[in-house]
Design a protein around this ligand. Sequence first.
Ligand SMILES: Nc1ncnc2c1ncn2[C@@H]1O[C@H](COP(=O)(O)OP(=O)(O)O)[C@@H](O)[C@H]1O
Ligand SMILES: [Mg+2]
Length: 408
Amino acid sequence: MLNLKQKQFVSHAYDLFKKSNLTVGELKEANKKFGCKYAPQWLIKNKAYKVGKSTFKLPLNGDEKVISKPVETPVVKEKEDVKSEAAYIVSSLTGNIVPKKFGTFVSFGNHSDVRMIVKSNKFYPIFITGLSGNGKTMSVIQACAEAKKELIRVNVTIETDEDDLLGGYRLKDGQTVWQNGPVIEAMERGALLLLDEIDLASNKIMCLQPILEGSGVYVKKINKFIKPANGFQVVATANTKGQGSEDGKFIGTNILNEAFLERFPVTFEQKYPAIKTEQKILNNELKVAGKSDKKFVEKLTTWADVIRKTYFDGGVDEIISTRRLVHIVQAYAIFGDKMKAIQVCTNRFDEDTKNSFVELYTKVDAGASIESILEDQRKAEVSAQTEDDNDNESDDEDDTDNVSGDVI
Ligand SMILES: Nc1ncnc2c1ncn2[C@@H]1O[C@H](COP(=O)(O)OP(=O)(O)O)[C@@H](O)[C@H]1O
Ligand SMILES: [Mg+2]
């Protein structure tokens, strides 16, 4: 079997020359991409690959044993070539897939635990649940960046199926080839597989079951058993706990199979960052944009905090996520106008919510504290309730006059 680097070379050389029999010169040319001046020695020194004078056949199926032709065999005609290689396995990934560190990243919540698991290199699937936009995906990406671990991220949707995950036959340069899916790639490379937004999936992802147990998987379409390489890990993120979304907040989330969820030994609950942490994140964002403004950041986090408290008390239907706050400071860095930044970034909410959010920011901007705003809200609620009760009482009185009893 070829190792990863060799497979990458073969894939690249084939892509470059669109043929499988290459001269030493062509092999040299292809090897430049990998920073080498010479043709790969593992290929030209192996007689099994030699098909003519200074001509070598690329082991496109990744298996050197298949090529057993004697050295002097004449070069196979290209047409026959195509037929015999109809199902060679290609990798969709080449090069470095270790994520980069983000300059604005601030560690909080479960990040240190996630990083410890990633660094342990142990197979220990993690499920991270929490409201949208509070840093779940980012935490995993950064844990990999810090541990210099390769990461393959799959954005799961209701359409995600075995073909997307494990791989399938694809057309490549007029040939039908088997292309490994992200799960197989991650298993073979010993990378971390991030199944993002897994609760959007249907039961078509059940093929992941054996993989979550750490055992290999039999890919029936290529009749091959894939064993996970050392270091292979799985992390899933979701807005729910896989039980669906009762309040309808997360449209499209589904109830995940109980046995599937049982395969995750740990679940982390991701909360919004504490005010101070969130301020650090926003200050970093503004610093990078060359527009530091600590006062604005303080006000934004106060504003978000009031909205979150009200949301959890059932007072509003929408919430301001860390992601939205980042969008606001980015809009501010572009427009240089705080109110405009808040407006354009809250336009996505319905009219009433948007207006109340903007109005609330005006109060915060004028210097109101969290406590005073929440107290005002409570008072407004009580007076609305009293008015409501009074209305109901007078309605009752009206009813006595309303002989037919119709609701008017
Ligand atoms: N720890 C963090 N440090 C810096 N920025 C963060 C952090 N967590 C979240 N963010 C910001 O919030 C955005 C949304 O985070 P993300 O991880 O995509 O949320 P989730 O996956 O929970 O929906 C990120 O793109 C980033 O701008
Ligand atoms: Mg995410």
